[in-house]
Design a protein around this ligand. Structure first.
Ligand SMILES: [Fe+2]
Ligand SMILES: [Fe+2]
Length: 418
């Protein structure tokens, strides 16, 4: 973890000096050099590969073990092509990297940052953050304060649980602003997304091209029933990190979409169940199998999760968004579900005595709160320690008061007996 600490310190100083997109790079004493790239983020695509995405004229990324770099990658035009602005949009897959290694990189003349290949199979003691339903600072004042909670501790990755930019109700400029807002952490921490309904289904003011064209996903999967524009491929993905397998789930485009996901995920979980390096299986996506908030629980998803859980003891946790609140279930068939739609856009409090749709909370609900923040998941050799970190109060009504950065909820999920 020492490496993570060092990264935190150096990253915060860079972030404070250069918070904005297109920050002028003053490298090598040449203040006139301009960094012509923004919306910079990257994904883990395997144990020895990552993919960078950005917008701007810069088309080269230099990278290496030190700030001397030594290797160069090329930002190609992505497919599908995002349409939120003129771009140009770039995507650079970096392969044949050293496993379990920290790299320095610079896009064009942009400031130095670092990326990391995943912890090796079977290893532990890393933190994965999760948040959903985020939006952009163009529309919501609490988006950046929530992202700063992530930047302050630099996790191994962030699972982003759909309803990413909320450009759908707010306009296409919000897509670009969202990816610039995320840069407070997304230059140094992988942005691992799942898609939400706002990426495709509401009023047709946005579609999946703006998102599929901005990420290289690990083990990308194609779902049936995906609408055009935005079809086909990169509907969900999965990756291994240390002692855990993370499997995303797609949006329910048609009734076939989750049936297809279930069949493929069943095989991925069979494999993980047999793999001695994997202790925990985690699923993540947008829709909520258990929520007492604004949206109804998705019973189809609940059904598929129960079937997967019955056959796979390592399956311990599901994380989702959609209802804009925080809610943790007790283990149901051995799986804890956590809604973390707390990324800063708007809380979805209802006009009820408890602000949730169901008062009092249902018997499966262990803890819930109407408040922004982030979910932190620390993976040890034997447990997942979950922590809900308080963010800004924001939005309309809150049902708790807490200091930003303090712990609101803490839970432990033990590994199943082998
Ligand atoms: Fe949402
Ligand atoms: Fe949603």
């Amino acid at each position: 973890m020492l490496g993570h600490f060092a990264r935190t310190v150096s990253f915060i100083s860079i972030a404070l000096l250069m918070p904005a997109a297109n920050a002028g790079a003053a490298q090598n004493g040449h203040p006139e050099q301009k960094c012509n790239a923004d919306e910079i983020h990257w994904t883990i695509t395997g144990l020895t590969s990552v993919t960078f995405d950005w917008r701007g004229d810069e088309d080269k990324i230099r990278y290496g073990a030190t700030i001397g770099y030594g290797q160069t990658g090329t930002g190609n035009i992505p497919k599908p092509l995002p349409f939120s602005s003129a771009g140009p949009f770039r995507q650079a897959p970096l392969t044949a990297l050293t496993p379990n290694a920290l790299y320095h990189y610079s896009i064009g003349t942009c400031p130095d940052h670092t990326f990391r290949t995943p912890f090796p199979p079977g290893s532990a003691n890393f933190i994965i953050d999760a948040e959903g339903d985020i939006g952009s600072s163009r529309d919501y004042k609490d988006v950046l304060p929530v992202q700063e909670l992530i930047a302050a501790h630099v996790p191994a990755a962030v699972l982003v649980l759909g309803d990413l930019s909320l450009a759908n109700p707010n306009g296409q400029a919000s897509v670009d602003q969202h990816f610039n807002d995320m840069m407070v952490w997304s230059q140094d921490v992988p942005y691992m997304p799942a898609w939400g309904n706002h990426e495709w289904d509401v009023a047709r003011n946005d579609d999946l091209r703006n998102y599929k064209g901005r990420f290289g996903l690990p083990n990308p999967q194609t779902s049936p029933g995906v609408p055009n524009p935005g079809c086909c491929g990169q509907d969900w993905s999965w990756f291994d990190y240390g002692n855990a397998r993370f499997i995303a789930y797609p949006e329910p485009y048609t009734v076939q979409t989750w049936a297809d996901w279930y069949m493929k995920t069943n095989r991925l979980m069979d494999e993980a169940q047999r793999d001695p390096n994997i202790t925990f299986i985690v699923t993540f996506g947008h829709r909520a199998p258990f929520t007492s908030g604004y949206h109804h629980s998705d019973l189809d998803l609940r059904h598929y999760i129960a079937r997967l859980a019955a056959k796979h003891k390592k399956y311990a946790l599901n994380v989702n968004g959609h209802s804009h609140d925080y809610e943790r279930s007790y283990p149901v068939n051995g799986v804890v579900s956590v809604t973390a739609g707390i990324g800063g856009s708007e809380l979805e409090e209802l006009n009820t005595a408890c602000l949730f749709r169901l008062c009092p909370k249902p018997s499966w609900s262990a803890f819930r709160a109407m408040h922004f923040g982030i979910l932190q998941l620390r993976f040890t050799p034997t447990v997942i320690e979950g922590t809900y970190i308080c963010g800004p109060g924001g939005g309309g009504k809150n049902d708790i008061s807490c200091t930003s950065g303090s712990v609101v909820d803490r839970f432990t999920i033990r590994a199943a007996e082998k």
